[in-house]
Design a protein around this ligand. Structure first.
Ligand code: SF4
Length: 358
């Protein structure tokens, strides 16, 4: 099978075996495709669907997204992870409103100039929503092409990536580019999967190099393994008598950038000194609660919550970057998933008693 015959085989396969009822497949505007492509980065379709549906109800067009406070956007993103994606989407929406008159741009250069949109995402937006011929090379497509053409080496290496882009370009058809683009993404997600590719059901099986040479599990070549780190932090649960808990907005850069979180410290000494300086009305000796672990891509975060009770109506030094969050009447703000779960425990006296004993 030559490069030019891949598209017809995939388009045929897609008619009977591809996915046709995902929420972003109806009314395919550049805005709707853009939101889906960003959400699908590093995230499974099944996880994305309810987030996408809620997001579209709240922000049906790019203007609604641009006009919304960032906290509303991060709130709807809570639990989806990789929060830089949400911040970049909001920045992009503001630029579309202010620089493009509220109309999502329709050229590759303009789309790729927006924050958080790389070559593959820009290509997918144009191919899927406007049927413009641009190749894509997301994780699923990289895997299909690396196996089919027998490309050895990790895609993070420049030469390998360039080779894969050449194949992506050569395979992209002039006609039905939207169907082909969806088809190759679907094939990677449902048939040419990372662990157990279903070669017997694959329309490319007869000429796939990986299959013919029995190297499906060697291709694409894996990244060199990294040593997984573990990071220990302490987070202060400063609770007022009304049940509200102090949260601070995290810096834009770094883990959970821009989200609201419990104040974080390297050790208990730093936490105690913060209590003495910023929360004069709190108990000086915080009590350690059961640890919470959260896995990021490259490291594990181990959080020890430190509970302290504030007497009266305690204030804080930096009111602009702090909020007293009432766990029984939660505000619509962006919270990291493990912090949201921890705060939900505090809203339940029974659960809280159990955690405090741990
Ligand atoms: S034959 Fe197997 S390895 Fe090759 S593209 Fe199809 S599913 Fe992937």
């Amino acid at each position: 099978m030559s490069e030019s015959s891949i598209a017809p085989a995939l388009i045929d396969w897609h008619a009977s075996q591809g996915r046709h009822d995902l929420p972003w497949q109806s009314d395919r505007t550049p805005y709707r495709v853009w939101v889906s492509e960003i959400m699908l980065q590093q995230t499974q379709v099944a996880t994305v669907v309810p987030y996408y549906t809620r997001f579209m109800q709240r922000f049906p067009d790019v203007r609604a997204l641009a006009d919304a406070p960032i906290d509303d956007v991060l709130h709807l993103w809570t639990g989806l992870g990789y929060y830089a994606r949400a911040r970049n989407m909001h920045r992009s929406a503001v630029r579309v409103r202010d620089e493009f008159g509220g109309r999502f741009p329709q050229t590759f250069e303009e789309i790729a100039s927006l924050p958080g949109i790389g070559r593959s995402t820009a290509g997918a937006i144009l191919a899927l929503s406007l049927k413009q011929r641009f190749p894509i090379l997301d994780g699923n497509v990289k895997r299909v092409l690396a196996r089919y053409f027998g490309v050895v080496g990790n895609a993070a290496e420049r030469a390998v990536s360039e080779r894969l882009w050449e194949f992506a370009e050569a395979c992209t058809p002039r006609m039905q580019v939207d169907v082909y683009t969806q088809a190759i993404m679907d094939l990677g997600a449902t048939v040419c999967t990372r662990r157990k590719p279903l070669c017997a059901y694959c329309p490319l099986a007869t000429s796939c190099v990986a299959r013919l040479t029995g190297r499906q599990h060697e291709l694409p070549s894996p990244r060199p393994a990294r040593v997984r780190r573990s990071r220990q932090v302490f987070m202060l649960v400063a609770m007022r008598e009304d049940g509200s808990v102090l949260l601070e907005r995290r810096p834009e850069s770094g883990v959970w950038g821009g989200l609201w979180c419990l104040p974080e410290f390297e050790d208990t000494t730093a936490a105690c000194s913060y209590i003495a300086q910023a929360l004069q009305t709190a108990q000086s000796e915080p009590r350690a609660l059961g640890r919470v672990e959260h896995a990021f891509t490259h490291f594990d975060l181990v959080i020890t919550p430190l509970l302290t009770h504030c007497v009266g109506h305690a204030g804080v030094m930096d009111a602009a970057q702090s909020v007293w969050y009432n766990t029984r009447e939660p505000a619509r703000i962006g919270l990291p998933a493990p912090i949201k779960i921890l705060l939900e425990d505090f809203a339940s006296p029974t659960l809280f008693a159990g955690r405090a004993a741990g």
